[in-house]
Write a protein that binds this ligand. Structure first.
Ligand code: PGA
Length: 261
């Protein structure tokens, strides 16, 4: 894993956007795995700016989102479908048929999940997966105890996640219990993972995932064995890392050819 510590969420998000843009510019067709929540908001803003001001082209980009709430129509204001259109898709030139978000209203959820896995495979697999991390160590909505080889499926949210997401729903009681999420195994198949974490409330989860044991109790910890995982944290989220000085030194002393442009 590469651990990059940046002074704040803004600097970290700009770097994250540069990393994603570099993947898009290097490949003629790119498959992006996308996340929702507060964490990637500034990264999406910066991608939009790169599209408008620096001709970042999304016409040959295909996207797959990590998750969606079961029971919410795509048009529901709190759905992740609405979130993605509002915060990214409507501002860029990606063709609509290249966008994939789990269907919260799928009548046959297991069949839908198999189809979603098939669509990722048919697209050639995910080139770069953007991830946040839950305060409970989840990635996607793979809550603690999720199988580390799981595929896209239905999951039940923890009380902690429902509390964390309550602001998007006007109260915890309105947060759906169930979600469709890419599995940990689905995420691990991505060629590159970019996990971002900002703020003190993520510090424990980041310390556990980076320096703790690999365990289903902290699903993000499986990224320790991913061949190309980058953790992009601000100082606050990195504050409990024991080897923070080493990670800083590594980043500052990267060989020129390895640096992000
Ligand atoms: P957040 O959520 O970006 O809103 O903090 C992250 C997550 O739950 O994965």
């Amino acid at each position: 894993m590469e651990i990059i510590i940046q002074p704040d969420d803004k600097t970290a998000s700009y770097l994250g956007a540069r990393i994603v843009a570099q993947v898009i510019r290097r490949r003629c067709e790119t498959v992006l795995g996308l996340a929702t929540g507060n964490t990637p908001l500034m990264l999406y803003k910066e991608l939009i700016r790169l599209h408008i001001e620096e001709e970042l082209d999304f016409r040959r980009v295909t996207t797959f989102n990590l998750d969606e709430y079961v029971g919410l129509a795509p048009s529901h204001p709190s759905s992740y479908n609405s979130f993605m259109w509002e915060n990214l898709f409507r501002h860029i030139d990606i063709p609509e048929h290249q966008i994939h978000i789990p269907d919260g209203l799928a009548p046959d959820i297991p069949a839908f999940c198999r189809q979603y896995e098939g669509a990722i495979k048919a697209a050639g697999g995910i080139d770069i997966q953007v991830l946040g991390i839950g305060t409970d160590g989840h990635i996607g909505f793979n809550e603690p105890s999720s199988s580390l080889t799981s595929r896209t499926r239905i999951k039940t949210l923890t009380r902690q996640t429902r509390k964390d997401n309550a602001p998007f729903f006007n109260g915890e009681e309105n947060v759906p219990d169930h979600v469709i999420t890419m599995g940990v195994g689905t995420i691990m198949d991505s060629r590159m993972c970019l996990l971002m974490a900002f703020g003190e409330k993520k510090a424990e989860a980041i310390a556990a995932m980076v320096e703790g044991p690999i365990t289903a109790s902290v699903p993000a910890s499986i990224l320790q064995v991913h061949p190309h995982a980058v953790v992009l944290a601000d100082e606050k989220a990195a504050s409990l890392l024991k080897r923070a000085d080493y990670y800083r030194w590594v980043y500052e002393n990267k060989p020129e050819w390895q640096k992000y442009k």
